[in-house]
Ligand binder design. Sequence first.
Ligand code: PMP
Length: 366
Amino acid sequence: MNLMLPGDAHPTWCVCLVSNDYLGFSQHPKVKAAVIKGTEMFGTGSGASPAIGGHFVYHHQLEKKIAEFYKRTDAILYTTGYTANSATLQCLLHKEDIAIIDMAVHASVYEGCLTTNRKKFMHNDLAALELALKNAQHSYRTKMVIIDGVYSQDGDLAPLDQIAELTHRYGAYLVVDDAHGIGVVGDNGRGVIEMHDAFDQVDIITGTFSKALGNIGGYVIASPEIINYLKFQSKQHLFSTTATPAILGILKAIELVDEEPEWRVKLWKNINYLKSGLINLGFNVGTTASAVIPVKVGDIGKTLEAGRLLLKAGIYTNPIMFPAVAVKDARIRMNVMATHTTAHLDKVLEAFSDVDGQLHISNKYR
Ligand code: PMP
């Protein structure tokens, strides 16, 4: 990618490890052609919110397509993945209800739960979840367990089968945001839900079109009753202008997940190459099992310095620190894409090795 460094007179070429465009579909000729076709057929904007003339055939097609992708029938679209979570939870949960949340879920979930009761449990801790469910059992109207499929900072996965069993045993609903799983995880790119064959065990699936599907927008998939309720009660949907015809590109991207699985194969080749290279150099990559790869550093100052040195070497990564993660848990986070070449990844590994020589951040120095 071409990047202008602050203060530099000339643009510098970098290996980009900060994009969630995991399959490279934002650059795919067939996706671009579908976006152009949508624009030529329908124009650049939809012109209205859904209840007053803004719900077009292409919105209906995308709702059906994303629902069927997850072997379901009904879905609702939102302007972003963020709103899909925040608006849905705000609409469904009130003061008589409770949200039981894995502490590592995305900020949009926290926002959606501001007007209901909340109980956080330690990340992926089944005993803590069970205790929360037990305590909530007789005190609330609706109980909702909310988790991610793939967690955005550690790249690790939810033990979905066990969480679904526990959740339903205690009469709660299960919500799964698989924003980083769709297109990436599972034999057919259906995310963590596919890995556990849990298509009918998740009450509400949420996600985004902005990552592996290369566009923008969010979706919620649920029973016809819940979707119908959201369509008429969720204010951020009802009173906000619908997506542009460029979403025809998303329809194509969803098809490409099945039509061109070679992108997912290439992505996993890259993930495994970079991950094993970093481990061989002695870095701590935690428990990642997705396209999100953290290099755990711990110290915030060293993390920032590592990010700066990597950028200087032409490697664009994200230094992540508090409040996104715990104070002691600062790290460099990378997102791998199918479009990275082995030469790109070798350059990344070489730069990490050099940075380690200067900052002593790998396990070799602990
Ligand atoms: N959920 C998770 C887990 C995310 O990582 C993100 C994006 N950072 C979102 C939801 C929000 O998606 P969007 O960027 O499309 O609004």
